[in-house]
Design a protein around this ligand. Structure first.
Ligand code: PLP
Length: 371
């Protein structure tokens, strides 16, 4: 008799729902027999700008070394990040996407009997990282779609080791200000590591009510700030992210990571991207304009939305959104349903190029008119 290898998986893994990514363009093209070039995807918070020429040049140069292992310490990139983020190099941890950082934290600090605290409507990777190592997830009800930081604080108990907070949050786009963050950090027990996920911070930087997590690192040794090259820097396919923390936490994460967790093309690309202010500025400009374009479109359609500081926005369809998602697919427009985030009436739209945003709004108008 063969073993039941589902029942043999550790209990947390048996109960895991795998991450559901945005629908790939090629898959929809196959299903509907459409030309892939006619499809637009606004489903995965990808940067619509395309790769920066400086990044492409850096990758081409790195190709010559493809037979060599990458620099396992990522010295060049860590040096650049340390300088940019005003920290020491031993405070930087590189990850295969910032997803990797979240998993390293879980592997290093969690185990059965311990728990994590995070918000309702938070990023789907938090429950996955928690359950994969047999720890328990304590999900705190959201307030106005955003994090209820006082309630999250109250949910922390003696077995809590990690709190995941995202600012801005995905998928809701909600955010909290520096005062709220500071009050929260002041009250979090010292034994709890606070992971402040700033995957979208580059889109929000400079606004008065958006804290920069780096400003809090010196005061709070239990803080880890995670950031990524996948969004505003436009390197989603290469998988590079980083964590900033005390050297002790960085040392712990370094013990559990794969020796070569960031590949050499990704390292070269990220080094070029950090210095590419022009690309970042253009990403921001495009995002701001696109956000206004979508908001104006929603207003015209009489739809409400959740104000967002990310490169995406959740629109309220006012009823179950799944049929509208399906209708949009038939128009060749892929957006993201968020029912699995407890938001059955919303759709999440990634800000695209102006023409993509228009095309989405036209398709939405058409699909809504059909009823
Ligand atoms: C996209 C995203 C990430 C980053 O993912 P990568 O692994 O860096 O591509 C992290 N956190 C949130 C909330 C995100 O939306």
């Amino acid at each position: 008799m063969s073993g039941n290898f589902l029942a043999l998986a550790q209990p947390g893994v048996q109960q895991l729902s795998p991450y559901v990514p945005g629908k790939p363009v090629d898959e929809l093209a196959r299903e509907l027999d459409l030309d892939p070039a006619s499809i637009i995807k606004l489903a995965s918070n990808e940067n619509p700008l395309g790769a920066s020429p400086k990044v492409l040049a850096a990758i081409r140069e790195a190709l010559d070394e493809l037979t060599r292992y990458p620099d396992g310490n990522g010295f060049a990139l860590k040096s650049l990040l340390a300088e940019q983020c005003r920290v020491e190099i031993d405070q930087v941890t590189l990850g295969n996407g910032s997803n990797d950082i979240l998993e390293l934290v879980a592997r290093a600090y969690l185990a059965p009997g311990l728990n994590t605290v995070f918000s309702e409507h938070a990023f789907a990777v938090y429950p996955i990282a928690t359950q994969a190592v047999g720890a328990q997830a304590k999900v705190v009800p959201a307030k106005d779609w955003g994090h209820d930081l006082p309630a999250m604080l109250a949910a922390i108990d003696a077995n809590t080791r990690v709190v995941f907070i995202a600012n801005p949050n995905n998928p809701t786009g909600t955010w909290f200000d520096a005062e709220a963050l500071d009050e929260f950090l002041q009250d979090v027990p010292e034994h709890v590591l606070v992971v402040l996920d700033e995957a979208y911070i580059e889109y929000a930087e400079g606004s008065d009510d958006m804290p920069d997590g780096l400003d809090f690192l010196a005061a709070y040794p239990n803080l880890l700030v995670s950031r990524t090259f996948s969004k505003a820097y436009g390197l989603a396919s290469l998988r590079v992210g980083y964590g900033l923390s005390t050297p002790v936490v960085a040392d712990v994460l370094n013990r559990v990571r794969q020796p070569f967790n960031v590949n050499s093309l990704a390292l070269a690309a990220a080094c070029a991207a950090v210095k590419d202010d022009e690309y970042l500025a253009e990403s921001r400009r495009l995002n701001e304009a696109g956000m206004q374009q979508l908001e104006a479109g929603f207003r015209e359609l009489g739809l409400s939305w959740i104000p967002s500081r990310g490169n995406f926005i959740c629109v309220d369809i006012g009823r179950e959104a799944a049929p509208i998602f399906q209708g949009l697919l038939r128009e060749g427009v892929i957006v993201r349903p968020v029912a699995n985030y407890g938001m059955p009436n919303h759709l999440r739209i990634t800000i695209g190029l102006p023409a993509e945003n228009s095309r989405f709004l036209e398709a939405l108008t058409k699909v809504l008119a059909r009823g």
